[in-house]
Write a protein that binds this ligand. Structure first.
Ligand code: PEP
Ligand code: MG
Length: 571
């Protein structure tokens, strides 16, 4: 039995057959063709193959998943048989003498754009159907295999080089029991999504795709960061028992769902959830979150071909605000860049994307895009308790510029007679060291801070959060990080403001005692970490944790701090 070491990205244990994900390469070149008839024939063959594939998939879906799930493939078949889409493609091949790939791409793009711009959800879904179908035909033209993650219909563990956040979003929890990747760290976005979907995951194994073959039996141990390949029946049995123990533990935590989070000596802290889409609200409720501490709005912009409209954004924000009733909802404005790409924006490739043109930097330059989002948020503000925060703020000038744009949009809406809440708090993510160091100045102008430790640690330690090679430098308990966190919390409190944390550190078992001691007001984490964190905080005494934190701030290494936490919390 071979074992791989990786980074424990999402807890739990999964045992199933390996399913290797190999992304098809759908790139091609535009060509002028001479034999038009042969090209049309080639296109018709690709259509016929796609039709046979889709019919098979539809029948399988019908049998195994039921007719409502199969309906989507019925819709795909309709697209494939639609002369209004297909005829213009063959016409283009004939009249312009271009290869079928190019004609397919141009015509389908035109239809996708047309449907996506319609103000009708049903029509928008048709755009997604056309995209899926044309990708399948394109793959058949190019002779490559398409993978359809949402179609997996037996229990598997996905093995991949990396999973993009949109791949992760497509995973069907009923069948995808776990995943493991070659690259990525605990704070890469696929890991964050795995936690919110409760799919056990181990990332950064370096060699999963070469060490594991399709069909191998694999155990993903998301508690320890281990992947076992073709284990013996005895080992499988042992891990099944471990699975049962983990489930029992979760059932214990679940009893705390309606409790408030108060330390043993009576101090309340707020436990909030990080979400990516309105669909995550269910997990927020079932895990007893006291608010949403980070709504990563960029997921609304991903997995599609153009920017979401103001109306579409408004609907999503309104759904979340209404769903949370009057509980606080901190919405972060668009944070694209780094490991979150938007291919349709056509941004220049950068040498260091995490240090480049991302988040607020992009929004201050692409103001139309920013203003659309702000208008949608302002209009939604009357439906709940909205707080807005800007990501990646490095200077006060950036904050002031972003705030000025927000106020301009607000004035315009009010002048047009549109209701906007007067109580929206405005804060920033503290994820760049310059901002942490200057927190005392920022605290005079912002309403709150939310410390983004995923980036704050990456920038303080100069260690790419996507790189498994330098993942040892992701050191949330390093006294350097603790001192920065303290500066931010103290600066907020001196100005009567609150400080939260929405990086992964906020839900980390070893960090929680330290953060409680440092006086953090709000802890925002993957919804699935909340009940465990609550059970931990109920047992801690804030005064004792303050003494622990004071000592930790004077220590010199991460391991000393870990040792001190373990002792203080009797682990
Ligand atoms: C962070 O950087 O800590 C954070 C919460 O933002 P993201 O992980 O989306 O970069
Ligand atoms: Mg960040």
């Amino acid at each position: 039995m071979e074992a791989l070491k990786g980074i424990a990205a999402s807890s739990g244990i999964a045992i199933a057959k390996a399913y290797k994900l190999i992304e098809p390469n759908l790139t091609f070149e535009k060509k002028t063709i001479t034999n038009v008839e042969a090209e049309v024939e080639r296109f018709n063959t690709a259509l016929a193959t796609s039709r046979t594939e889709l019919e098979k998939i539809r029948d399988k879906a019908n049998e195994e998943l039921g007719s409502d799930k199969a309906a989507i493939f019925e819709a795909h078949l309709l697209v494939l048989n639609d002369p209004e889409l297909i005829s213009p493609i063959t016409d283009k091949v004939k009249s312009e003498k271009v290869n079928a790939e190019q004609a397919l791409k141009d015509i389908s793009h035109m239809f996708i754009m047309m449907f996506e711009q319609m103000d009708n959800e049903y029509m928008k879904e048709r755009a997604a159907d056309i995209r899926d179908v044309t990708n399948r035909v394109l793959a058949n033209l190019l002779g490559v295999q398409v993978v359809n993650l949402s179609l997996i219909s037996e229990e598997v563990i996905i093995i991949a080089e990396d999973l993009t956040p949109s791949d992760t979003a497509q995973l069907n929890r009923n069948y995808v029991k776990g995943f493991t990747t070659n690259i990525g760290g605990r704070t890469s976005h696929s890991a964050i999504m795995a936690r919110s979907m409760e799919i056990p995951a181990v990332v950064g194994t370096k060699t999963a795709t070469t060490s594991i073959q399709n069909g191998d039996i694999v155990i993903v141990n998301g508690l320890k960061g281990e992947v076992l390949i073709n284990p013996t029946p005895e080992v499988i049995e042992q891990y099944r028992k471990e699975q049962v123990r983990f489930e029992a533990q979760k059932a214990e935590w679940a009893k705390l769902v309606n409790e408030s989070t108060v330390s043993a000596d009576g101090h309340h802290v707020e436990l909030a959830a990080n979400i990516g889409t309105p669909n995550d609200l269910e997990g927020v409720m079932t895990n007893g979150a006291e608010g949403v501490g980070l709504y990563r709005t960029e997921f609304l912009y991903m997995g599609r071909n153009e920017l979401p409209s103001e109306e579409e954004q408004f609907e999503s924000y309104k759904t979340v605000l209404e769903g949370m009733k009057e509980k606080p909802v901190v919405v972060r404005t668009l944070d694209i860049g780094g490991d979150k790409e938007l291919p349709y924006l056509d941004l220049p490739k950068e040498m260091n994307p995490f240090l480049g043109f991302r988040a607020i930097r992009l929004c201050l330059e692409e103001q139309d895009l920013f203003r659309t989002q702000l208008r949608a948020l302002l209009r939604a503000s009357v439906y709940g308790n909205l707080k807005i925060m800007f990501p990646m703020i490095a200077t006060l000038d950036e904050f002031r510029a972003a705030k000025a744009i927000l106020l301009e949009e607000k004035e315009k809406l009010v002048a047009a007679g549109i209701a906007v809440s007067e109580k929206i708090e405005l804060g920033i993510m503290v994820e760049i060291p310059s901002t942490a160091v200057l927190a005392d100045q920022f605290a005079k102008e912002v309403d709150f801070f939310s410390i983004g430790t995923n980036d704050l640690i990456q920038y303080t330690m100069a260690a790419d959060r996507m790189s498994e090679k330098v993942s040892y430098l992701y050191q949330p308990y390093n006294p350097a990080i603790l001192r920065l966190v303290k500066m931010v919390i103290d600066a907020a409190h001196r100005e009567g403001k609150w400080a939260g944390m929405c990086g992964e550190m906020a839900g980390d078992e070893t960090a929680i005692p330290l953060l409680l001691g440092l006086g953090l007001d709000e802890f925002s984490m993957s919804a699935t970490s909340i009940l465990k964190a609550r059970s931990q905080i109920l047992r801690l005494t804030k005064q004792e944790m303050k003494e622990l934190a004071d000592k930790a701030l004077q220590m010199s290494t991460t391991s000393e701090v870990m040792e001190a936490v373990n002792q203080a919390t009797n682990k």
